[in-house]
Design a protein around this ligand. Structure first.
Ligand code: SF4
Length: 94
């Protein structure tokens, strides 16, 4: 099993446990991208990276005005540091 599939499985389990197994469909709005509603405590958000993983490298991150400014997240509610991390992390591709 590759790391990618292991990560995907873990995320799927977490989403299912939270009753959010349909979340990928909910976080791909057709209009302007909106911030998420999951509490930071539920996502185990922290304001520092976890290894090489951090919000600025996450597919769900909505950047602020500058690369170092606080942004938002498509999944997690509230202000999100580009240097933060949570267990919903999904690496950007490309
Ligand atoms: S790591 Fe978590 S809080 Fe940060 S952008 Fe990704 S999903 Fe949002």
């Amino acid at each position: 099993m590759s790391l990618k599939s292991s990560s995907t499985t873990r995320r799927t389990v977490i989403l299912s446990a939270a009753g959010l197994s349909t979340l990928p469909f909910l976080v791909q709005p057709k209009r302007a991208e909106a911030a998420g509603a999951m509490a930071q405590s539920v996502a185990k958000y922290q304001a520092m990276p976890k290894g090489n993983a951090q919000c600025s490298k996450c597919n769900y991150f909505l950047p602020g005005a500058t690369p170092t400014a606080t942004g938002q997240c498509k999944v997690v509610a509230g202000a999100i540091s580009p240097n933060g991390w949570c267990q919903m992390f999904a690496a950007k591709h490309g």
